[in-house]
Design a protein around this ligand. Sequence first.
Ligand SMILES: Cc1cc2nc3c(=O)[nH]c(=O)nc-3n(C[C@H](O)[C@H](O)[C@H](O)COP(=O)(O)OP(=O)(O)OC[C@H]3O[C@@H](n4cnc5c(N)ncnc54)[C@H](O)[C@@H]3O)c2cc1C
Length: 381
Amino acid sequence: MANRRNSCNDRVGIMQQGKDTEIFIAGSGPVGLTAAIELRRRGYSPRAVDPDLEVSRQSRALAINPRTLDLLEQSGATEELLAAGHRINRLLVRHNSQPLFYFNLNLARHRFNFLLSLPQSRTEEVLASTLARHGGTVERGTALEGFKAAGGKMEIGLSNGSSAVANILIGADGSHSTVRKSLGLGFPGESAEQVFGLADVELDAWPFPWDQGVATLREDHVVAFIPMREGFGRFITTKPGTMNLLPTEAKPSRVVWESEFRISYRQAETYQKGNVYLAGDAAHIHSPVGGRGMNLGIEDACWLAWLMSQGRASEYTLHRHPVGEKVLKLTAQPTNLLTASSPTAKILRRWVVPNVLGLNWVQKRILPSMLALDTPPPPWL
Ligand SMILES: Cc1cc2nc3c(=O)[nH]c(=O)nc-3n(C[C@H](O)[C@H](O)[C@H](O)COP(=O)(O)OP(=O)(O)OC[C@H]3O[C@@H](n4cnc5c(N)ncnc54)[C@H](O)[C@@H]3O)c2cc1C
């Protein structure tokens, strides 16, 4: 269906978006849910579908950053996220067991001067309940299969055999986006060779404060730990086999989730074509170092809803594509530094970077990036 409908997409023209506009959202992960919330908050009644029968059970994105907390405050989600999440105030970087420096997130000049650690499954639950409070819902067990232009609108084919008509389509359907593919848009970029590992682990013993992340640099890999609550957190390793690479101080009692992943850097050439828009992983994917993927997508969704309410949706790519490009680069730099095996990289990692990053004034300069406050401030806040 996707291919058959493809050829007509160019004929879907840009239009103004009045409150009675029929908006269809494909995908109800964190980004689709946010788009639905922000549109409902502004008086629209979008229809959202997702093939999954319930919100994701995987913990995936852990870090919610201050920009996201700002953005979701007006909808009421932030209050619930803050109550559910666990605050990370500091990050210790060490070489084997020798401390090198602390990163103090509380130095940031922002009321949310920390990272909020919360499994993505819980974040999605909070967003789904926020959407319900705003009168919205997700039709689960239903996927978009394709779409075609029909009389100035779009006719959308669904997996249950029915079809829907909409003026606007938002593709928040993840990195393998059917919407993006149906538009014929490329997803240029590259996939790195290196495989990372992660394990969400309950711990009987861990000697560090539970509001602190710990990154342990070793000869040929890095192990990072991010607490999710007291006695529970995620280890991420720059090579697979995380459970065999835990710091000796960690005494695990139960492995809740273990996985491996490869990093890709890809971005759609444009985030919109006619009245079809891409947001979140459908538009960009990058390294999880820095914990920005989900946050960046939530930001896309908020901007899109605001631009639509201003009758300025045609500016969406203009505002968001450069931000995506910047975040792709910003996450690639530390990832490359953490994973490179050349002698120069090892010296940089072991001696130069720790000395520079240990300086208070340097930390203050890079904190905005660590907390994702380096993207354009939302004009409506
Ligand atoms: C191991 C790991 C760790 C990560 N850590 C972090 C982190 O710490 N911080 C961070 O910000 N990000 C992190 N990320 C990235 C984050 O998980 C993603 O960026 C985020 O899930 C993107 O949200 P999304 O809504 O765009 O896409 P998804 O979460 O992929 O949701 C897409 C939704 O679309 C639905 N869908 C698919 N096809 C269709 C269709 N045809 N029609 C309708 N619906 C469809 C899917 O069922 C799904 O529910 C991590 C990712 C991984 C894998």
